[in-house]
Design a binder for this molecule. Structure first.
Ligand code: UD1
Length: 352
């Protein structure tokens, strides 16, 4: 059996790490397509270096483009690879333009598709990712959901064939690298930041970055926080802040995007996380750190219902209140995201 793996953005490199580890452990024949959607060292290669993900076998160099052009180029280039390499199955994750483009190319070349992180929904069709994931789920042959919610969402749409709740690959990595993640943060040390005395902030969603009012509201709310806000800044966000002529509040400590380990160490030792990322909401839950989500909705409602995540949108008052008083009790129920053996289960199923 020959498996094609495809990724192109920061979260996908992280999500593929346990899958590639499992594929290599079993000595399976694979090809690894990298679209090049992300290309800066801190958004791309650092994850391969740090997590020992093997180098891609096929690099598409698409870079940043208009979304349609980007998806189109990914389809055209990966279709050629599928025709030449004839893999038995493609594995993609989540909802990026890369996952959509490569999945469409697989569909056109009659290559079976396994979609992991399937079935997740924000029910917000203004998000490009929501449309991407709906299309990918509908053309996939195997649907690997990370949670019970994913299975329920797909069942409601009649997508019940080869539908499995396998748990979340991000929990696999988190447990695998547990010791390493709990080490002191070098960045926090260098900046003289004390444990639990700083907030960690990430913003990169189009809905927040490409809307000046929302971005101003979030930054404004956080300017009154009494302790430092560590802000590893995504390239898209950096560009928009410059474009809108915004200046960052004085309590902000801006740093470049961080690799897997340093970002999680910063999170583990922070007082709380403020984010619009999906993956970071889960990582905060796994690390038992309170998460304030700068969106009106979430694909990861288990983290909200379990009491560790709160949705505040870009509302200044809600952000201020959450930052001052959000303090979850007890311990997060990690079993909601599986048992840390998600990658094994995915490979088992596609090998049948
Ligand atoms: C993409 C995914 C999103 C994921 C996110 C993680 C889609 C539709 N969205 O969003 O689901 O959560 O990745 O980061 O696929 N840029 C650089 N250097 C890079 C990469 C991007 O400067 O290495 C800049 C470019 O100006 C680019 C912009 O960031 O236009 C946005 O990048 P893009 O990949 O289009 O979207 P993300 O916001 O990263």
């Amino acid at each position: 059996m020959k498996i094609a793996l495809a990724a192109g953005t920061r979260p996908e490199f992280i999500q593929f790490e346990p899958i590639v580890r499992e594929v290599k452990k079993r000595g399976l024949d694979y090809l690894f397509i990298h679209s090049g959607q992300h290309y800066d060292y801190e958004m791309d290669k650092i994850f391969f270096d740090e997590m020992h993900v093997p180098a891609p076998t096929h690099y598409l160099s698409v870079g940043s483009k208009l979304p349609g052009e980007q998806v189109g180029e990914i389809i055209t280039k990966s279709e050629k690879i599928f025709l030449e390499e004839k893999p038995d199955l493609l594995l993609v994750t989540g909802d990026t333009n890369t996952a959509l483009g490569v999945a469409l190319a697989a569909n056109k070349t009659k290559t079976r598709i396994g979609h992991f992180e399937a079935g997740m929904r924000s029910f917000d069709r203004t998000m490009p990712e929501e449309n991407n994931r709906i299309i990918i789920d509908n053309i996939s042959d195997y649907l690997f959901c990370p949670t019970k919610t994913g299975v329920e969402n797909l069942t409601r749409c009649g997508l019940t064939e080869n539908l499995y709740n396998v748990g979340d690959v991000m929990l696999d990595s988190m447990l695998h690298y547990r010791e390493n993640i709990r080490m002191p943060s070098q960045v926090a040390g260098d900046l003289g930041l004390k444990e639990r005395e700083y907030f960690l902030l990430t913003i990169h969603r189009e809905a927040n970055t490409d809307n000046e009012t929302r971005l101003r509201s979030i930054l404004g709310a956080l300017s009154s926080v009494q302790c430092p806000v560590v802000f590893p800044i995504h390239p898209r966000t950096r560009q928009r802040i410059r474009q809108y002529g915004l200046s960052l509040p004085e309590n902000f400590v801006t740093i470049p995007p961080q690799g897997y380990f340093e970002f999680l160490r910063l999170m583990y030792h922070a007082r709380m996380l403020l984010t619009d990322s999906g993956g970071a909401q889960k990582q905060a839950f796994f690390l038992a750190r309170p998460c304030v989500t700068l969106r009106p909705n979430s694909e990861w409602m288990e983290t909200v219902e379990n009491g560790w995540n709160i949705l505040v949108d870009s509302d200044r008052e809600k952000i201020t209140k959450a930052v001052a008083g959000f303090s979850p009790r007890g311990t997060p129920d990690l079993t909601l995201f599986g048992d840390g053996h998600c990658a094994e289960k995915i490979i088992d199923k596609i090998m049948i």
